[in-house]
Design a protein around this ligand. Structure first.
Ligand SMILES: NC(=O)c1ccc[n+]([C@@H]2O[C@H](COP(=O)([O-])OP(=O)(O)OC[C@H]3O[C@@H](n4cnc5c(N)ncnc54)[C@H](OP(=O)(O)O)[C@@H]3O)[C@@H](O)[C@H]2O)c1
Length: 254
């Protein structure tokens, strides 16, 4: 009889997973996805009210979830949280946008966006990897990047600069941490319906641009991201590192 291969497990039982930006949108979707796969889920964001409501809803649905309030512009606080918990998986979805024409971008907008989208992502990754190395265990770090880490966009020079930077950072970090079996990857969504995209979707010109670029003839929903995060967090992606998973409805295909 032929020896059949076994599909690697998507199960996250017994894993401790940190999800940042977990109070809203894609981050909340990621938190539910890993919790549904059995993970003990730590949900981080700044605003405690919204975070508590999200975690209470997850607990009511039977998931293992708790709050971990954290401002990611505070590198020291982030470092403390990561050293305290030996996370197996870190999903970083916290992020902001300040879209404008490049010639109108202010230094304040530049600093605000780069601070959270790149600087905090950099140190979160480094501190998560250090904690995993110290604990002597493998891990998976997943950043919610964007299709805008692979292409340009209208009024998005600043946002693209941060997300392209994130993609380069991931490749180099994957080279550094492979031997310790610490994987780092990104998920790159197209436009997803969340509070983040409300202003863009209510602008008819921008919505027309989006619908013309997405080949699958609809905008993305949070649910479109949830399978990808289970995959990258689990053994199902054990050989995947230093790369990005585009969930862009064909946007970057042409
Ligand atoms: N929605 C899209 O179309 C789309 C497409 C591609 C990529 N993305 C990326 O996906 C990620 C999440 O987007 P989303 O649509 O889910 O946005 P969202 O609904 O606005 O959620 C953003 C989350 O980040 C948290 N956050 C913001 N600043 C923070 C800080 N300084 N420290 C800690 N947490 C912070 C927010 O909570 P608090 O404000 O309470 O801290 C919130 O939980 C972002 O990185 C974004 O660039 C989004």
């Amino acid at each position: 009889m032929t020896n059949l291969p076994k599909t690697p497990s998507f199960d996250l039982s017994g894993k401790k997973v940190l999800v940042t930006g977990a109070s809203s949108g894609i981050g909340l979707g990621c938190a539910v996805a890993v919790a549904e796969a059995g993970a003990q889920t730590y949900c981080a964001a700044r605003g405690l009210d919204r975070l508590t409501q999200a975690v209470e809803a997850m607990q009511a649905a039977g998931y293992s979830a708790e709050t971990l309030p954290m401002d990611q512009s505070d590198i020291e606080a982030m470092s403390k949280a990561l050293a305290e918990h030996a996370f197996d998986v870190v999903v970083n979805s916290a992020g902001i946008a300040r879209h404008s024409a490049a010639i109108e971008t202010t230094p304040e907008d530049y600093d605000a966006v780069m601070h959270i989208n790149l600087r905090s992502a950099y140190f979160l990754s480094a501190q998560a990897a250090k904690a995993m190395i110290d604990a002597g265990k493998p891990g998976s770090i997943i950043h919610i990047s964007s299709q805008m880490g692979h292409t340009g966009g209208i009024d998005r020079a600043l946002y693209c600069a941060g997300k392209h930077g994130l993609e380069g950072m991931i490749k180099s970090m994957a080279m550094e941490w492979g031997k310790q079996r610490i994987r780092i990857n990104s998920i790159c969504p197209t436009f997803i319906r969340t509070p983040f995209t409300e202003a863009t979707f209510s602008d008819p010109e921008r919505l027309a641009w989006i619908m013309q670029k997405i080949k699958l003839d609809r905008v993305g929903e949070v649910e479109d991201i949830m399978g990808a995060v289970q995959y990258l967090a689990s053994d199902a992606s054990a050989m995947v590192t230093g790369t990005s998973l585009l969930i862009d409805g064909g946007w970057t295909a042409g």
